[in-house]
Design a protein around this ligand. Sequence first.
Ligand code: UP5
Ligand code: MG
Length: 192
Amino acid sequence: LSKDDITVVFILGGPGSGKGTQCAKLVEDFGFVHLSAGDLLREEQQRPGSEVGEMIQNYIKEGKIVPMEVTIGLLEKAMIDNDSNRFLIDGFPRKVDQAMAFEKEIVESSLIIYLECSEEVMQMRLLKRGETSGRIDDNVETIKKRFKTFIESSYPVVEYFRKFDKVHTIPCEDSIDEVYAKVKPIITELFK
Ligand code: UP5
Ligand code: MG
């Protein structure tokens, strides 16, 4: 990775806030490579012969945060494999120490988009998606645990980045297109 000309944007927000949905739209408009840390972990979990597959499954089922060596390793590999200079990293970092480690070892982020959403709305979206997603964490019991982990460990990441004036907070309870209308100008400005 040649760190100098790589742009990394972190998309953060609680479970079901719409990170993946907004990233898909940003990919279309700005040619980012979208790396969802959760998707990378689920792929690794299912990869035959993975030594950490079972561990990942246990963490996801409990709504807990997988040890960062695993996640950072998967992200770094995906960045090298994809050979792009624009990356959207969705759902990572989930703890302050992960943020510090990633920015020290891999590359510094340009900005953070934080999708702000009430638990009520997020829960509704996740339960709806759970009807068809097949995700082992889209059930009431695990959703409650995911919310707790978010408040205790992941929201502090947003506060950490606020100190560096890098956070753009976007309310995200409106429709997908209305949310995107607030997200898009931030990235347009970044590449101006
Ligand atoms: N939807 C989206 N936007 C909408 C809108 N504006 N109006 C109406 N509906 C909207 O959206 C969720 C659902 O809502 C979809 O059905 C969508 O159509 C609808 P989505 O875009 O998927 O939201 P997202 O924020 O991506 O939700 P996701 O469930 O993926 O968030 P999580 O953060 O919970 O999940 P993630 O995959 O990132 O992580 C899962 C687990 O992996 C974690 O709990 C953890 O155990 C582990 N993990 C780590 O340990 N470390 C990591 O770094 C990352 C993950
Ligand atoms: Mg997602």
